[in-house]
Design a protein. Structure first.
Length: 404
Protein backbone atom coordinates (compact mmCIF):
# COMPACT_ATOMS: atom_id res chain seq x y z
CA UNK A 1 0.00 0.00 0.00
CA UNK A 2 2.71 2.46 1.06
CA UNK A 3 4.74 1.46 -2.00
CA UNK A 4 1.80 2.28 -4.26
CA UNK A 5 1.35 5.66 -2.55
CA UNK A 6 5.08 6.41 -2.96
CA UNK A 7 4.94 5.47 -6.62
CA UNK A 8 1.91 7.70 -7.13
CA UNK A 9 3.61 10.61 -5.37
CA UNK A 10 6.73 10.07 -7.49
CA UNK A 11 4.72 10.21 -10.70
CA UNK A 12 2.90 13.33 -9.49
CA UNK A 13 6.19 15.04 -8.62
CA UNK A 14 7.58 14.09 -12.03
CA UNK A 15 4.55 15.58 -13.77
CA UNK A 16 4.82 18.79 -11.72
CA UNK A 17 8.56 19.11 -12.50
CA UNK A 18 8.07 18.57 -16.23
CA UNK A 19 8.30 21.81 -18.18
CA UNK A 20 5.70 22.33 -20.96
CA UNK A 21 8.50 23.33 -23.33
CA UNK A 22 12.23 22.50 -23.50
CA UNK A 23 14.45 24.36 -21.03
CA UNK A 24 18.04 25.17 -21.93
CA UNK A 25 21.10 26.13 -19.94
CA UNK A 26 21.22 29.91 -19.55
CA UNK A 27 24.20 31.13 -21.59
CA UNK A 28 23.59 34.81 -20.83
CA UNK A 29 22.63 35.54 -24.42
CA UNK A 30 19.95 38.07 -23.40
CA UNK A 31 22.00 39.63 -20.60
CA UNK A 32 23.99 42.89 -20.60
CA UNK A 33 27.11 40.89 -21.52
CA UNK A 34 25.22 39.04 -24.24
CA UNK A 35 23.71 40.53 -27.40
CA UNK A 36 23.99 44.11 -26.11
CA UNK A 37 27.72 43.83 -25.47
CA UNK A 38 28.35 42.29 -28.90
CA UNK A 39 26.24 44.84 -30.79
CA UNK A 40 29.07 47.25 -31.57
CA UNK A 41 31.41 44.40 -32.51
CA UNK A 42 28.94 42.96 -35.03
CA UNK A 43 28.17 46.41 -36.44
CA UNK A 44 31.89 47.00 -37.03
CA UNK A 45 32.29 43.71 -38.89
CA UNK A 46 29.13 43.22 -40.99
CA UNK A 47 31.06 41.17 -43.56
CA UNK A 48 32.65 38.77 -41.11
CA UNK A 49 32.00 35.23 -42.31
CA UNK A 50 30.19 34.18 -39.12
CA UNK A 51 28.01 37.30 -39.14
CA UNK A 52 26.90 36.62 -42.71
CA UNK A 53 26.40 32.90 -42.02
CA UNK A 54 24.21 33.73 -39.02
CA UNK A 55 22.06 36.14 -41.03
CA UNK A 56 21.53 33.95 -44.08
CA UNK A 57 20.87 30.57 -42.48
CA UNK A 58 18.55 30.02 -39.53
CA UNK A 59 19.83 27.10 -37.51
CA UNK A 60 18.13 28.09 -34.24
CA UNK A 61 14.84 26.77 -35.63
CA UNK A 62 16.35 23.25 -35.58
CA UNK A 63 16.50 23.12 -31.76
CA UNK A 64 13.02 21.57 -31.39
CA UNK A 65 14.04 18.67 -33.65
CA UNK A 66 17.49 18.18 -32.14
CA UNK A 67 16.27 18.18 -28.53
CA UNK A 68 14.28 15.03 -29.34
CA UNK A 69 17.60 13.14 -29.17
CA UNK A 70 17.86 13.96 -25.45
CA UNK A 71 16.31 11.88 -22.68
CA UNK A 72 13.47 13.94 -21.24
CA UNK A 73 13.58 16.22 -24.31
CA UNK A 74 14.85 19.09 -22.18
CA UNK A 75 11.70 19.11 -20.03
CA UNK A 76 12.93 16.97 -17.12
CA UNK A 77 16.07 17.27 -15.03
CA UNK A 78 18.92 19.72 -15.40
CA UNK A 79 18.50 21.98 -18.46
CA UNK A 80 20.97 20.97 -21.20
CA UNK A 81 22.78 23.30 -23.56
CA UNK A 82 20.69 24.14 -26.60
CA UNK A 83 21.61 21.34 -29.05
CA UNK A 84 21.99 23.89 -31.85
CA UNK A 85 24.78 25.54 -29.85
CA UNK A 86 26.59 22.20 -29.65
CA UNK A 87 25.95 21.53 -33.35
CA UNK A 88 27.47 24.94 -34.15
CA UNK A 89 30.54 24.22 -32.03
CA UNK A 90 31.19 21.01 -33.94
CA UNK A 91 30.56 22.83 -37.23
CA UNK A 92 33.17 25.42 -36.22
CA UNK A 93 35.66 22.72 -35.26
CA UNK A 94 35.54 21.60 -38.90
CA UNK A 95 35.49 25.15 -40.26
CA UNK A 96 38.66 26.08 -38.36
CA UNK A 97 40.05 22.52 -38.62
CA UNK A 98 40.75 22.17 -34.90
CA UNK A 99 40.21 19.39 -32.39
CA UNK A 100 37.23 19.45 -30.07
CA UNK A 101 39.47 20.32 -27.12
CA UNK A 102 40.91 23.22 -29.11
CA UNK A 103 37.37 24.21 -30.10
CA UNK A 104 36.44 24.52 -26.44
CA UNK A 105 39.32 26.96 -25.95
CA UNK A 106 38.46 28.87 -29.13
CA UNK A 107 34.83 29.23 -28.04
CA UNK A 108 36.03 30.49 -24.66
CA UNK A 109 38.42 33.15 -26.00
CA UNK A 110 37.24 34.32 -29.44
CA UNK A 111 34.58 37.03 -29.16
CA UNK A 112 33.04 36.54 -32.60
CA UNK A 113 32.82 32.81 -32.02
CA UNK A 114 31.14 33.38 -28.64
CA UNK A 115 28.62 35.71 -30.30
CA UNK A 116 27.90 33.16 -33.05
CA UNK A 117 27.28 30.47 -30.44
CA UNK A 118 25.08 32.70 -28.29
CA UNK A 119 27.45 32.76 -25.31
CA UNK A 120 27.72 35.89 -23.18
CA UNK A 121 31.17 37.46 -22.90
CA UNK A 122 31.67 36.06 -19.40
CA UNK A 123 30.04 32.66 -20.10
CA UNK A 124 32.46 29.70 -20.25
CA UNK A 125 32.24 27.49 -23.32
CA UNK A 126 30.72 24.00 -23.06
CA UNK A 127 33.27 21.35 -22.14
CA UNK A 128 34.61 19.21 -24.98
CA UNK A 129 33.01 16.17 -23.33
CA UNK A 130 29.63 17.79 -24.05
CA UNK A 131 30.50 17.62 -27.75
CA UNK A 132 31.32 13.92 -27.36
CA UNK A 133 27.97 13.28 -25.67
CA UNK A 134 26.17 15.12 -28.50
CA UNK A 135 27.89 12.95 -31.12
CA UNK A 136 26.83 9.86 -29.18
CA UNK A 137 23.24 10.98 -29.40
CA UNK A 138 23.55 11.64 -33.14
CA UNK A 139 24.88 8.11 -33.63
CA UNK A 140 21.76 6.51 -32.16
CA UNK A 141 19.39 5.08 -34.75
CA UNK A 142 18.64 7.49 -37.57
CA UNK A 143 19.53 10.64 -35.62
CA UNK A 144 22.36 11.29 -38.10
CA UNK A 145 19.65 12.35 -40.54
CA UNK A 146 19.39 15.59 -38.56
CA UNK A 147 22.81 16.46 -39.98
CA UNK A 148 21.52 15.70 -43.46
CA UNK A 149 18.48 17.89 -42.81
CA UNK A 150 20.67 20.89 -41.98
CA UNK A 151 22.73 20.13 -45.10
CA UNK A 152 19.59 19.89 -47.27
CA UNK A 153 17.84 22.93 -45.81
CA UNK A 154 20.83 25.13 -46.63
CA UNK A 155 20.62 24.01 -50.27
CA UNK A 156 16.87 24.72 -50.32
CA UNK A 157 17.42 28.17 -48.82
CA UNK A 158 19.91 28.92 -51.60
CA UNK A 159 17.23 28.04 -54.14
CA UNK A 160 14.85 30.41 -52.34
CA UNK A 161 17.48 33.17 -52.39
CA UNK A 162 17.60 32.82 -56.17
CA UNK A 163 20.87 30.95 -56.66
CA UNK A 164 20.81 29.37 -60.12
CA UNK A 165 21.80 25.72 -60.08
CA UNK A 166 23.06 24.44 -63.42
CA UNK A 167 21.73 21.50 -65.39
CA UNK A 168 24.81 19.27 -64.98
CA UNK A 169 25.61 17.13 -61.94
CA UNK A 170 29.06 15.54 -61.72
CA UNK A 171 29.63 12.28 -59.83
CA UNK A 172 32.76 11.08 -58.07
CA UNK A 173 34.06 9.80 -54.76
CA UNK A 174 36.72 11.03 -52.36
CA UNK A 175 38.66 8.75 -50.05
CA UNK A 176 39.66 9.41 -46.45
CA UNK A 177 42.42 7.44 -44.77
CA UNK A 178 41.57 5.61 -41.57
CA UNK A 179 42.87 6.99 -38.28
CA UNK A 180 45.18 4.00 -37.91
CA UNK A 181 48.94 3.51 -37.82
CA UNK A 182 49.19 0.57 -40.21
CA UNK A 183 52.45 -0.82 -38.80
CA UNK A 184 51.22 -0.70 -35.20
CA UNK A 185 47.93 -2.21 -36.30
CA UNK A 186 49.71 -5.13 -37.99
CA UNK A 187 51.84 -5.68 -34.87
CA UNK A 188 48.70 -5.63 -32.73
CA UNK A 189 47.03 -8.25 -34.92
CA UNK A 190 50.20 -10.40 -34.97
CA UNK A 191 49.95 -10.52 -31.18
CA UNK A 192 46.36 -11.77 -31.45
CA UNK A 193 44.65 -8.43 -30.99
CA UNK A 194 41.94 -6.94 -33.19
CA UNK A 195 42.33 -4.13 -35.69
CA UNK A 196 41.90 -0.60 -34.33
CA UNK A 197 39.35 0.10 -37.06
CA UNK A 198 38.01 -3.21 -38.39
CA UNK A 199 35.57 -1.52 -40.79
CA UNK A 200 38.31 0.31 -42.70
CA UNK A 201 39.05 -1.31 -46.06
CA UNK A 202 42.21 -1.46 -48.16
CA UNK A 203 41.54 -0.05 -51.61
CA UNK A 204 43.71 0.06 -54.71
CA UNK A 205 43.70 3.47 -56.39
CA UNK A 206 45.54 2.22 -59.45
CA UNK A 207 49.12 2.76 -60.54
CA UNK A 208 51.18 5.92 -60.83
CA UNK A 209 54.47 6.68 -62.57
CA UNK A 210 57.12 7.73 -60.05
CA UNK A 211 60.63 9.13 -60.58
CA UNK A 212 63.24 7.70 -58.21
CA UNK A 213 66.23 9.57 -56.77
CA UNK A 214 68.50 8.17 -59.50
CA UNK A 215 66.17 9.49 -62.20
CA UNK A 216 64.75 6.09 -63.11
CA UNK A 217 61.01 5.85 -63.69
CA UNK A 218 59.05 3.21 -61.84
CA UNK A 219 55.41 2.24 -61.45
CA UNK A 220 54.03 2.35 -57.93
CA UNK A 221 50.69 0.96 -56.83
CA UNK A 222 48.61 3.53 -54.94
CA UNK A 223 46.74 2.03 -51.99
CA UNK A 224 44.97 3.38 -48.95
CA UNK A 225 42.99 2.03 -46.04
CA UNK A 226 39.86 3.85 -45.05
CA UNK A 227 36.48 5.05 -46.30
CA UNK A 228 34.84 6.80 -49.24
CA UNK A 229 32.33 9.58 -49.63
CA UNK A 230 30.37 9.40 -52.88
CA UNK A 231 29.04 12.77 -54.02
CA UNK A 232 27.05 14.58 -56.65
CA UNK A 233 28.34 18.11 -57.32
CA UNK A 234 26.50 20.80 -59.25
CA UNK A 235 28.91 21.88 -61.98
CA UNK A 236 27.60 25.46 -62.23
CA UNK A 237 27.76 26.30 -58.52
CA UNK A 238 30.41 23.89 -57.25
CA UNK A 239 28.07 22.84 -54.42
CA UNK A 240 27.86 19.28 -53.13
CA UNK A 241 24.17 18.42 -53.38
CA UNK A 242 24.19 14.76 -52.31
CA UNK A 243 26.60 12.50 -50.46
CA UNK A 244 26.82 8.89 -49.34
CA UNK A 245 29.47 7.76 -46.84
CA UNK A 246 30.58 4.18 -47.50
CA UNK A 247 33.28 1.59 -46.93
CA UNK A 248 36.44 2.20 -48.89
CA UNK A 249 35.94 -0.73 -51.26
CA UNK A 250 32.44 0.31 -52.36
CA UNK A 251 32.29 0.68 -56.15
CA UNK A 252 31.46 4.17 -57.36
CA UNK A 253 28.58 3.06 -59.57
CA UNK A 254 26.80 1.41 -56.60
CA UNK A 255 26.17 4.80 -54.97
CA UNK A 256 24.45 6.35 -58.00
CA UNK A 257 20.82 5.35 -57.16
CA UNK A 258 21.03 6.98 -53.71
CA UNK A 259 22.69 10.12 -55.07
CA UNK A 260 20.13 10.48 -57.85
CA UNK A 261 17.19 9.90 -55.47
CA UNK A 262 18.46 12.62 -53.15
CA UNK A 263 18.99 15.12 -55.98
CA UNK A 264 15.47 14.39 -57.16
CA UNK A 265 14.05 14.99 -53.67
CA UNK A 266 15.78 18.38 -53.54
CA UNK A 267 14.03 19.39 -56.75
CA UNK A 268 17.20 20.44 -58.56
CA UNK A 269 16.87 21.40 -62.26
CA UNK A 270 19.05 18.51 -63.45
CA UNK A 271 19.28 17.60 -67.14
CA UNK A 272 22.46 15.49 -67.21
CA UNK A 273 24.91 13.52 -65.08
CA UNK A 274 28.63 13.28 -65.71
CA UNK A 275 31.42 11.24 -64.19
CA UNK A 276 34.57 9.30 -64.94
CA UNK A 277 34.74 5.83 -66.46
CA UNK A 278 33.81 4.19 -63.15
CA UNK A 279 30.24 5.33 -63.84
CA UNK A 280 30.10 3.92 -67.37
CA UNK A 281 27.59 1.33 -66.25
CA UNK A 282 24.68 0.09 -68.36
CA UNK A 283 22.30 0.28 -65.40
CA UNK A 284 23.18 3.96 -64.84
CA UNK A 285 22.71 4.80 -68.53
CA UNK A 286 19.31 3.07 -68.49
CA UNK A 287 18.20 4.86 -65.31
CA UNK A 288 19.10 8.21 -66.84
CA UNK A 289 17.27 7.39 -70.07
CA UNK A 290 14.13 6.35 -68.15
CA UNK A 291 14.06 9.75 -66.43
CA UNK A 292 14.73 11.63 -69.65
CA UNK A 293 18.18 12.74 -68.49
CA UNK A 294 21.31 12.96 -70.63
CA UNK A 295 24.56 11.17 -69.89
CA UNK A 296 27.85 13.05 -69.76
CA UNK A 297 29.78 10.09 -68.37
CA UNK A 298 33.19 9.37 -69.86
CA UNK A 299 32.86 6.15 -71.82
CA UNK A 300 35.28 3.24 -71.65
CA UNK A 301 37.08 2.11 -74.78
CA UNK A 302 35.25 -1.20 -74.55
CA UNK A 303 31.92 0.55 -75.12
CA UNK A 304 33.00 2.54 -78.19
CA UNK A 305 35.37 0.01 -79.79
CA UNK A 306 33.23 -3.12 -79.59
CA UNK A 307 32.32 -4.78 -82.87
CA UNK A 308 28.55 -4.81 -82.90
CA UNK A 309 25.67 -2.71 -84.14
CA UNK A 310 24.99 -1.13 -80.73
CA UNK A 311 28.14 0.99 -80.64
CA UNK A 312 26.74 3.49 -83.17
CA UNK A 313 24.67 5.16 -80.45
CA UNK A 314 27.75 5.68 -78.30
CA UNK A 315 29.86 6.97 -81.19
CA UNK A 316 27.15 9.53 -81.95
CA UNK A 317 27.14 10.55 -78.29
CA UNK A 318 30.92 11.06 -78.19
CA UNK A 319 30.72 13.22 -81.33
CA UNK A 320 27.98 15.44 -79.84
CA UNK A 321 29.36 18.96 -78.99
CA UNK A 322 27.07 19.23 -75.95
CA UNK A 323 28.41 15.95 -74.58
CA UNK A 324 31.98 17.07 -75.21
CA UNK A 325 31.38 20.35 -73.35
CA UNK A 326 29.79 18.58 -70.39
CA UNK A 327 32.60 16.03 -70.13
CA UNK A 328 35.08 18.90 -69.80
CA UNK A 329 33.22 20.10 -66.68
CA UNK A 330 34.17 16.96 -64.76
CA UNK A 331 37.01 18.78 -62.99
CA UNK A 332 34.40 20.72 -60.98
CA UNK A 333 33.83 17.72 -58.73
CA UNK A 334 37.47 17.78 -57.60
CA UNK A 335 37.35 21.34 -56.28
CA UNK A 336 35.28 20.71 -53.11
CA UNK A 337 37.42 17.63 -52.45
CA UNK A 338 40.60 19.72 -52.48
CA UNK A 339 39.05 22.29 -50.14
CA UNK A 340 37.80 19.56 -47.78
CA UNK A 341 41.20 17.88 -47.59
CA UNK A 342 43.50 20.90 -47.54
CA UNK A 343 41.44 23.15 -45.30
CA UNK A 344 39.20 20.94 -43.19
CA UNK A 345 41.04 17.74 -42.34
CA UNK A 346 39.18 15.37 -44.64
CA UNK A 347 42.35 13.60 -45.75
CA UNK A 348 42.23 11.58 -42.52
CA UNK A 349 39.38 10.20 -40.43
CA UNK A 350 38.72 11.95 -37.14
CA UNK A 351 36.93 8.95 -35.69
CA UNK A 352 36.76 5.17 -36.00
CA UNK A 353 34.07 3.24 -37.88
CA UNK A 354 31.72 3.98 -40.74
CA UNK A 355 28.93 5.50 -38.61
CA UNK A 356 31.29 8.10 -37.15
CA UNK A 357 32.88 8.71 -40.55
CA UNK A 358 29.42 9.61 -41.84
CA UNK A 359 29.24 12.39 -39.24
CA UNK A 360 32.61 13.69 -40.37
CA UNK A 361 31.50 13.65 -44.01
CA UNK A 362 28.32 15.63 -43.34
CA UNK A 363 29.97 18.23 -41.13
CA UNK A 364 32.89 18.62 -43.55
CA UNK A 365 30.77 19.14 -46.65
CA UNK A 366 28.30 21.35 -44.76
CA UNK A 367 31.32 23.57 -44.04
CA UNK A 368 32.58 23.39 -47.64
CA UNK A 369 29.11 24.21 -48.96
CA UNK A 370 28.58 27.04 -46.47
CA UNK A 371 31.77 28.76 -47.63
CA UNK A 372 30.76 28.40 -51.26
CA UNK A 373 27.15 29.47 -50.68
CA UNK A 374 28.11 32.65 -48.86
CA UNK A 375 30.56 33.57 -51.60
CA UNK A 376 27.99 32.98 -54.35
CA UNK A 377 25.23 34.83 -52.47
CA UNK A 378 27.13 37.79 -51.00
CA UNK A 379 30.72 37.77 -52.24
CA UNK A 380 32.00 37.35 -48.65
CA UNK A 381 34.76 34.76 -48.27
CA UNK A 382 36.08 32.85 -45.26
CA UNK A 383 39.71 33.44 -46.24
CA UNK A 384 41.10 36.38 -48.26
CA UNK A 385 40.11 35.95 -51.89
CA UNK A 386 42.70 35.10 -54.53
CA UNK A 387 43.82 37.96 -56.75
CA UNK A 388 45.05 38.26 -60.31
CA UNK A 389 44.87 35.31 -62.67
CA UNK A 390 43.50 32.92 -60.01
CA UNK A 391 40.69 35.23 -58.92
CA UNK A 392 37.12 34.09 -59.47
CA UNK A 393 35.00 36.92 -60.81
CA UNK A 394 31.31 36.56 -60.08
CA UNK A 395 28.30 38.74 -59.34
CA UNK A 396 26.82 37.84 -55.94
CA UNK A 397 23.19 36.79 -56.14
CA UNK A 398 22.15 39.11 -53.30
CA UNK A 399 24.32 42.05 -54.38
CA UNK A 400 21.29 44.20 -55.27
CA UNK A 401 19.28 43.32 -52.14
CA UNK A 402 19.50 44.41 -48.53
CA UNK A 403 20.49 40.92 -47.31
CA UNK A 404 22.40 42.41 -44.37
Amino acid sequence: MFGAIGSLLGETTKELSMSPSPRYHNTGRDSFLGEWAYQRLVQRHPNHFLVVLNRLFDWDSKSDEMIQMYQGHGRIGRPPYNPVLIYKMLFLSYLYNVSERAMEQLADEHLMVKWFLGLAVDEPAPDHSTLTAFKRRVLRGDNWRLLQKVFDDMLRQCLEYGLQFGELQVLDSVHTEANVNNQKDRDRQDRGGSSRDPEARVVNKGKRQMVQADGQRTTQEMRYRGYKTHTAVNAATGLVTSLVAALGNTADNEAFPALRAHDRALGLPVHAYGGDKAYDDTDIHERLAQEGLDTAITLTRQRTAKKDANKGRWLDLVADPTYQFRVKQRYRVEQPYGIAKQGHGFERCRYLGLARYRLQAFWTFTVVNAKRMIKLLTGVTFRPQAKGRKAEHLKPVLAATSWA
